[in-house]
Design a protein around this ligand. Sequence first.
Ligand SMILES: NC(=O)c1ccc[n+]([C@@H]2O[C@H](COP(=O)([O-])OP(=O)(O)OC[C@H]3O[C@@H](n4cnc5c(N)ncnc54)[C@H](O)[C@@H]3O)[C@@H](O)[C@H]2O)c1
Length: 448
Amino acid sequence: MTPSPTPLNRRDFLSKTAAGIGAGLVLGAPRTAHAATDASDKIHVALVGVGKQGRVLFEAMSNIPGLHFQAVCDIWDYNRQGGIAKVRALQGHTPKGYSDIDEMLATEKGLDAVIVATPDFWHSPHTVKCLEAGLNVYCEKMMSNTIDGARAMVHAMEKSGKLCQIGHQRRSNPRYRYVLDQLINGNKICGQIVNVNGQWNRAVNSSQDIGFNPKLTIKQDILTKYGFKDMQQFMNWRTYRDLSGGPISDLGAHQIDIFNWFLGVPPKSVFASGGHDFFKKREHFDNVMAIFDYDTPQGGVRAFYQVLTTTSAGGGYYESFMGTQGNIRISEQTAYTSIYREDSAPSWDSLVSRGFLKKQAAPPKPEPAPGAIASYESAAPEGFELPGDISKPPHQPHLENFFAAVRGQATLNCNARHAFESEAPIYWVNPSALSRLPIEFTAQHLTV
Ligand SMILES: NC(=O)c1ccc[n+]([C@@H]2O[C@H](COP(=O)([O-])OP(=O)(O)OC[C@H]3O[C@@H](n4cnc5c(N)ncnc54)[C@H](O)[C@@H]3O)[C@@H](O)[C@H]2O)c1
């Protein structure tokens, strides 16, 4: 796997987090050193796909100085007008609107970058077109609904020499970078990592089909032209096999990417199971469980991942790295993040005194178990916290990294090749679950 770029040190982490504010350290100054003020210095940006995520990205970009939002492209008039209105409200000018990306690329002059937040099956055609037009691209994850679509994106990035950042935003998240660079690799607090698990569990009521207002539909000829059977499919593209990889790629992509990035090697196999347990008419499995086996330089690791759309039990979404000396559970959400030292591990007092970790107040002692049970129980682990917390919207650091790279002041934290190497195993989860057979990876499965 291609190693992650420049490691994040403790001081950098504090400077990017809320602890840094209290400590009076230099706060997350954008790496756009000559934060553009005059028009010629601005990065000219087009937004393609301004649905839910397109707007989340736009709001995060509104905090980044030196950007000019020149054009908005979306096939749905309702979202296009909404996107234009949002740019007007937050940026004070009206961008040009397009319903078709080809028309936008043929008409707009002087663009530097395009933000692609369309449904997954459009990512590859949109990204390849933009790269071939000489533009830098930030494209949302999952790279594509097919592994060949993802391969085409890597080829187009490398052939064009342009930048292509994939929206695995945790790759730029100071919490993730600090945990990997300082706690797991630097201070090796987990000892030997032997097991990993991760999950994204959602309740039935937050997984229901998305409805629409019959007065705000798209004409059938437009839907057909852009690959949607009808309005129901347009709104719920995530549940269709030709348009998306389903929950394992929509949600699992974030977390299986972390498994592969943190372990530094791709898995050697996957074995998965999935079912239409509740949403029986959906093309994709509603619940999927997958086990990946790894050979890391420290030894074998098994990683278990589950994505459930039928229960939120078990507390949200996170990835856990479980080692012989410590356990780090990490998430974009502070509430799901926790760190424990195994009772048998050497003391972490010096990590605390040097500011790498903060000690948690000791939890109340459990009632003593009966003798026979106690002999099988491990002692309660000691809890710790990170020394700082994140103060920016979750996508902002990744977008900052992209625009700093456009200015030639940074390298991308997750270019199309990094993303491909990490995403490739995910494309094989559904085939394993469908065939009910394990897949031993060969170069053909995992290489561009
Ligand atoms: N990184 C993250 O945390 C994160 C979170 C949510 C979604 N996403 C990703 O963002 C992307 C968009 O997801 P969403 O939830 O916003 O979906 P959405 O359906 O709400 O929005 C998609 C938008 O794209 C438009 N569109 C569809 N086809 C188009 C085309 N050919 N040309 C131009 N516009 C087109 C639609 O009209 C819609 O406005 C997906 O790839 C998703 O995986 C990422």
